[in-house]
Design a protein around this ligand. Sequence first.
Ligand code: ZN
Length: 823
Amino acid sequence: PLALVNHFLPEAYNLHLTLVATKPNFTGKLVAHFARNSLYVYDEPEPVVLQLHAHNLVITSAVAACDGLTDRAQVTYDKAAQIATLTLPSVFSALPAFNMTLDYIGKTNQIGTYQDPTHGVFKTNYLDSKTGRASNAIIATHTQPVFARTIFPCIDEVNYKQPITLTVTTDARFQVISNTGVRDTVVAADGLTKTVSFKRTPPIATTVFGLVAGDLEYSILPKLFTSVDARPSTLPVRVYTLVGELAAATYALSVAAAVLPKLVEMFQQPYPLDKLDFVALPFLSDGAMENWGCVTVQAQHLLTHDATHKAIRDIVAHELVHQWMGNMVSFDSWGDLWLNEAFATWLGTQVLGTDDTYNWLLRMHEMEALMDHDARPDARSIHQSRCVHSVHTTHDALDPHAYQRGIYALRMLANLMQRGVSDDCSVMMRGVSKFLAANRFKSVKLTDLWTALHPMCGDDVLALMHTATRVPGLPVVHVAVQEDKVVAEQHRFLGDYSAEELDLEDVPYYLPLNVRLHDGSVVNWALSDRKTVLDVRAEDIATFNTNRTGYYRVRYTRALCGPVTQAIACGMLSIADLIALASDCSTYIGWRFQTADDLWMFMSVVNAMAAPDHVLCWSALNIALSSVQELHKSLRQFGGSEVLAAFNRWVADFTDKMHAKINWNTAYDLSDSREVYTDELEARSALMLMGMKSEKYQAVAQGLYKNLVHGPDRSVPRQLLAATIGVTCHTASTTEYNHIVAMIKSAVDVAPHTNASVHEVQTAVLSCMGYAARDELVTATLDFVAAHIDATLIELALVGLQSGGSKAWHRVWDWFVSHYDEW
Ligand SMILES: [Zn+2]
């Protein structure tokens, strides 16, 4: 319901704004068509009361007119509520409709730093690189969530949508952009100003009204064809930039060209307006704003000289999705903003997919961090964290946790509806497409969407979205074998706590189990209660939660270990499967409730990765190796010597197999610093440090070390610095050791041979000198620390000593006691 009281409601806004870059104010003339509000009933004629949102606006004249009847309205303001009340004589109450003309003055906010909030109408000056002209100006608007009311008097609520017909008078040299295409431009006789009229918009939420006028250049796509039902249409798509920055717009434009036709096809709906513009602004508080047909983005999030740029790709796709879902059909409450945003990111990730799961793989780290967050006892559900109170900025309305959870809930829903494994969302999109067609230009409730999807998938949609939005936290599915049957049982996962001891409810979630079988098929059983018995033999199971499409963790008992590790070893799991397995199994290592089964399963998974037929997944290997290193560290401190010796034998065997499996390169080409293979390099580094005692890894380290000292330039990745120096130190003679330590002073000479900074080289040397194994070098390291005890980070030099086992630790302790007797 509307918060305002109105006998009549505005049904269309005709807005004329006059923007002068050198003035602190702008002027506006609004002609609004008001029609009787059917919800308001009265018997006798009475004064007509109209309430409009208005903030920092001074109305200088308010005149109502209909069929020769003209009268002034009385204007009063409620500043705190940001409302202007217009009162007309009772004669107007008998009319079905009338026009109201308001003249007013508004404030232009001057923006000079990133701290200045870009609200309402705001202005920036800039010096361009092309002409060196300092008088360039940009005037732009930012209406989300409640700033349209600082631009024109209106009903500024998310659920109230009316068409806007905009006219702008401004400097003749400015580019002027708004939601729709230009109908007409008239330059004044003096040539100094021009008046640009835009086409009438469809019903539009005030939050996605947008206007930019200023010294800008643009690039336009040659010709973009989009087609629904073989009805092709061409759409002008432009990117506007500051003068001189146009060359950096190419990438964003190419992403839009690739994504738009795909979205038209997925939505089965033409792009809803007659043109689409992106405008790169020097300042924008929310980073990017999906104004309908006039998307504004802070320049560094849109412009690049790179040939590819993931963050820009993501933003462009996200904002394009909004043009249909969020703008053409909008949500009628700020409480649903999480879904609007999550949907844009979910579908943006889908549409950018170059293969089934590629873009989701790039999000795996984000998903992992979210799962860690949701394992906390104080984790909230989407429903609990969504905004229900007053909204002053977009930041208030959008809870980042609800938004991220929403992305994975939608992904889980799409896969449930697909009844399949891949990240194909065609079934869900058929439902979304119908939903959009039925609600074109309207505002809807979140539940309307679930209800629309419901018939395509039975009860599952409502059940899944209910627990995904209402139940806090994260489930873990235990997979066990009982009496020859595979049993899946779920509980809330709370890290080192149990729901019982925290007195928290352990509500079952609705979970699609998505089980990959050894024959290659995938079966999507739903777990809707605490526990379910599956009609499958344990030996047929390859993995649960195929492609990690479900938002939950899986924990296997030892009975499943054989079939799962066999699937890893023979290469039948996807990369996403492997990441899920590695990360789930790692979670239970060092866990308070860790069992022998967890350890068994984890070690088996790691072993299977060394199998000759296993296709290596660096991300999964990296996750697993971190836990192996943690395990090794705790065994060194708490394990008995026999256990430690057995583990060391396993490490030697495992690293030996991995050495044979992996191509070991000693010179990299790091000229393209944007290339992402962090996981690979981190995994290689872990293997080198684990395999330090093996001549094979020593040879790898020596090769890298030679390049570090002598070049070529940018040939040693920063992620391998510590392993290179540590392993070289391990077998170093006194001369070599002294040479390595001297690198702390001469780091500036070797830094060009890596992509690391001088400081990173120094830190690597400092934290690796302790790996030197010879007795006299352990003494040398301890002496070095004593001599530089006041130096920053000097304690790092002790790090490597732990690799020497308990003997070295005793030496450190003796040394510590003799030097620092006051302790
Ligand atoms: Zn968005």
